[in-house]
Design a protein around this ligand. Structure first.
Ligand SMILES: Nc1nc2c(ncn2[C@@H]2O[C@H](COP(=O)(O)OP(=O)(O)OP(=O)(O)O)[C@@H](O)[C@H]2O)c(=O)[nH]1
Ligand SMILES: [Mg+2]
Length: 378
């Protein structure tokens, strides 16, 4: 336990140093009621050494007495402290103004949503989500540890690729097995991951090669699938597997068996430790994103619908037969198709699956769940 604690402290220090190195402006937060602590003094020394621009924020200044306490922090030598209350929102607006004023002008914010791809990474605790992001960005920005449950909340980091593309990478808390922790925590981690996935363009479903596919991995993959967004299965810790020429193919087969409804999702085998194939992840992200934003003209879709129906016509059900009139794509990223029929009750799952597979055969859509809704023609 102590070993883990020390290891985590070390990781936290690394992370703080990294943030200090990268940051253009440092917000140093102290607590008003505790006065200047030894730790505060230590951190101030570190900041002086770094010669960075610092805003000293005294938090929990909820009343007059604690607001007055703020002046004590002058002695840290970091300039005028600003007293705020994060809980009540007092002076937080002023702080924001101050931050904007002090930020260097050189910061280039992404200009529009168009050239940014948002990628969330989800998976069970400990599969290496944070390690993978660290490896992608080439820096130890996120805390990594062998203790499950290290990442507690979603964190996003920006990455600019060599060709100038911007990716927003979202690390999420591991999705825990029910019963392992209180149900509330498990529910919360699922909801947070769902939200991250809903807001992303592409989801990386991370699994641990050494642990294999567990029930919980299936649940995680289901979250990505349900969102309709593009997805990739990333098998991490490939370095731990004893391999020969067939191992990857065998593992792929095993995955396809365990997750049969995800047969359209690309699989990549990586090691966040050794860096193996990490450079292939973003090109794959680009590819599935392109597929998710594909827009197919209705004229072409209707030719395809005609072909599909003549190839395998719907069978009659209790004397009534499904008729399909028109197919159109109403949304991209995630794609959504609407098919106009004579009676929605006759559009059964099996025919829906047939049409989806047909669309895949013609257009590919690798990595993208396809959804078709039936509507009755009025
Ligand atoms: N051998 C090996 N170990 C890895 C690899 N990636 C991560 N690990 C280890 O797996 C453990 C968990 O890594 P994290 O990156 O913290 O995992 P996580 O998925 O972010 O975990 P939570 O935040 O707890 O959900 C750490 O001990 C890592 O060093 C890998 O590719 N190979
Ligand atoms: Mg983590």
């Amino acid at each position: 336990m102590d070993f883990h604690k020390n290891k985590i402290n070390e990781e936290i220090n690394d992370q703080v140093n990294e943030a200090l190195r990268e940051g253009d402006l440092i917000i140093f937060i102290v607590e008003s009621n505790s006065g200047v602590t030894e730790e505060d003094a230590k951190i101030s020394k570190l900041l002086h050494k770094r010669q960075k621009d610092v805003i000293l924020v005294v938090n929990k200044a909820d009343n007059d007495a604690s607001r007055l306490n703020a002046y004590e922090f002058y002695k840290l030598g970091l300039g005028e402290p600003i007293a705020v209350s994060a809980v009540h929102g007092t002076k937080v607006g002023d702080l924001l103004d101050l931050i904007v004023k002090r930020l260097p002008q050189k910061i280039d914010l992404p200009k529009s949503k168009e050239n940014k791809i948002k990628v969330s990474i989800i998976g069970e605790p400990n599969v290496g989500k944070s390690s993978l992001i660290n490896c992608l960005i080439g820096s130890k920005r996120l805390i990594v540890s062998s203790q499950a449950g290290t990442t507690r909340d979603a964190i996003s980091l920006s990455l600019k690729s060599k060709d100038g593309k911007i990716y927003e990478l979202v690390d999420t808390a591991g999705i825990r097995r029910p019963g392992k922790v209180s149900d509330l925590v498990e529910k919360f981690s699922v909801i947070r991951a769902q939200t991250a996935v809903e807001e992303s363009d592409v989801t990386l479903v991370l699994v641990d090669a050494d642990a294999g596919i567990r029930e919980q991995d299936k649940k995680v993959a289901g979250i990505a699938f349900e969102s309709g967004h593009a997805m990739i299965i990333v098998v991490n810790k490939w370095d731990l597997i004893k391999k020969d020429n067939y191992t990857m193919q065998e593992f792929k087969l095993y995955l396809r068996q365990e997750l049969p409804y995800l047969n359209f999702v690309p699989i990549i085998f990586v090691s966040a430790h050794a860096g193996t194939r990490i450079d292939q992840i973003l090109p794959l992200v680009d590819e599935v994103y392109k597929n998710a934003t594909l827009r197919i003209p209705s004229s072409i879709l209707n030719d395809v619908l005609l072909d599909a129906v003549s190839m395998t016509p719907p069978t009659a059900h209790k004397g009534r037969k499904l008729k399909l009139f028109y197919l159109t794509q109403v949304e991209i990223n995630p794609p959504l198709f609407i098919v106009f029929v004579n009676d929605v009750k006759l559009f059964h799952f099996s025919y829906e699956r047939y049409l989806i597979n047909y669309l895949r055969q013609v257009f590919g859509f690798e990595g993208v769940p396809i959804r078709i809704k039936a509507r009755e023609r009025s």
